[in-house]
Design a protein around this ligand. Structure first.
Ligand code: GDP
Ligand code: MG
Length: 327
C-alpha cells in the first residue's frame, strides 16, 4: 500500500497558518461511471463502505462517508452514481442523484480515469473532449464551489509523462481549484489530497460525531453487500436488473448475532435461474461471500437467508424504484 492515511497528519510538513483551525464540510465525488469514486472514498475512510466492482453503475445511491482527523478537521464525502446518458428510469434517477449532490456541498471532486481518458482523447484527436465529459464540464460551469480535478488510476499509465499534457489540456478548459493525480487503489498521493481538501473546507466545528462513519442504515449496507456479490458473480444484463430488499434485519442480542432476511429481485425468470445457479450453487456462494462481508463490517456473526423473486420491469416502475430506495 502506498501511503498510510491512518497515521496522524501532524507529521506532514504543513506550515500553512490558515490550516491551524478545524475545517469541516461536505465533499461530493462525481464523475463518469467506473472512474474510481467509491474506491477513493473507501480509501480515505479506511473502511469498505461503498461497494466496488469492475462494472459500471455499481453505485446507485448517494452514500455519505465521514472521516474525522482529530484536531484537524472532518470530511463528509458524498459518493454518487456515475454521470452518464441513459433513457432508463433507474439510470435517470441515479444521474439526478449525482447532479443534486453538486449543489449541496462545500467542495466538488471531479474524478477522471486518467488512463482511460488519455486513450479516449488519443482516439478523438486534439481539440475534442469526450461528450460524456463535456456534459459534466457544462454542469460544473454552473457551480460556485471550488472544484478539484482528481486524475485517478495513475498506476495504470504507461508513463507518468503522459500526465502533463492532460493536466494542461484540462486546466485550459476549466478553472479547477486543484488538480491532483492519485491512485485510489494503491493509495498514491491520497494523504496530499486529504490535506488539500481540508485546507479548502470552511473553518467549522465538526458536522458529525467524530466516531460516525455514515448515515446509511444498516439495512441498506447489508443490501449493498449482497448486491455487490450478485454483480461480481453474474454477467451481461443481470447486474442491471437486480435490486436487493432487506425484509428483516434483527440484532439478536441473546445470540450475539444479526439475523438478516433478504430478497434479491430480478426482472425475468431466466435471470432468477442465473442468480440461483445449478443446484442453488451461485445463490449459496452469493450468500456466503456477502455474509462474510457483513460479518467483517458489523463485527458480529450474521445469520443470512436469501430469496430470489421476479419483479418484472421494476427498474422502469416508479413505485418499485421508490420501494427499493432509488429516490
Ligand atoms: P466508481 O464507479 O467511480 O465508483 O468506480 P469504482 O470505485 O467502483 O471502481 C471501478 C473499478 O476501477 C474497480 O474495478 C476498481 O477496483 C478500479 N479502480 C479504482 N481506482 C483505481 C486505481 O486507482 N487504479 C486502478 N488500477 N484501478 C482502480
Ligand atoms: Mg461507485
Amino acid at each position: 500500500m502506498g501511503n498510510d492515511i491512518t497515521k496522524p497528519l501532524e507529521n506532514e510538513e504543513n506550515t500553512d497558518p490558515k490550516n491551524s483551525g478545524y475545517h469541516a464540510g461536505f465533499v461530493a465525488l462525481i464523475g463518469q461511471p467506473n472512474v474510481g469514486k467509491s474506491t477513493l472514498m473507501n480509501r480515505i475512510l479506511g473502511v469498505d463502505l461503498a461497494i466496488i466492482t469492475a462494472k459500471p453503475q455499481t453505485t446507485r445511491n448517494r452514500i455519505l462517508g465521514v472521516r474525522s482527523f482529530p484536531e484537524k478537521g472532518q470530511i463528509a464525502f458524498v459518493d454518487t452514481p456515475g454521470i452518464h446518458r441513459s433513457k432508463k428510469q433507474l439510470n435517470k434517477r441515479m444521474v439526478a442523484t449525482a447532479l443534486a449532490a453538486i449543489t449541496e456541498v462545500d467542495l466538488i471532486c471531479h474524478v477522471i480515469d486518467a488512463d482511460a481518458y488519455i486513450k479516449q482523447m488519443a482516439r478523438l484527436g486534439k481539440d475534442e473532449i469526450p461528450a460524456s465529459e463535456a456534459f459534466i464540464f457544462r454542469k460544473l460551469a454552473e457551480v460556485e464551489q471550488p472544484v478539484f480535478l482528481i486524475l485517478n488510476k495513475v498506476d495504470k499509465l504507461d508513463a507518468k509523462e503522459q500526465l502533463l499534457p492532460l493536466i494542461l489540456d484540462l486546466s485550459a478548459r476549466f478553472d479547477f481549484a486543484e488538480i491532483l493525480p492519485v491512485s485510489a487503489q494503491k493509495g498514491d498521493n491520497i494523504r496530499r489530497l486529504v490535506e488539500v481538501i481540508l485546507e479548502h473546507l470552511p473553518e467549522s466545528d465538526p458536522l458529525f460525531p467524530e466516531d460516525m462513519l455514515t448515515d446509511q442504515a444498516e439495512r441498506f449496507i447489508a443490501a449493498e453487500f449482497i448486491r455487490e456479490q450478485v454483480l461480481e458473480q453474474t454477467h451481461e444484463e443481470v447486474p442491471y436488473s437486480v435490486a436487493v430488499e432487506i425484509e428483516r434485519f434483527v440484532d439478536n442480542r441473546d445470540k450475539n448475532m444479526i439475523e438478516v432476511s433478504a430478497i434479491i429481485h430480478v426482472e425475468r425468470t431466466s435471470q432468477k435461474g442465473i442468480v440461483i445457479g445449478k443446484g442453488g450453487a451461485r445463490l449459496q456462494s452469493i450468500g456466503t461471500k456477502s455474509r462474510k462481508r457483513m460479518q467483517a463490517f458489523f463485527g458480529k456473526k450474521i445469520y443470512l437467508e436469501t430469496f430470489v423473486r421476479v419483479e418484472s420491469e421494476w427498474s422502469e416502475d416508479p413505485e418499485a424504484l421508490g420501494r427499493f430506495g432509488y429516490e
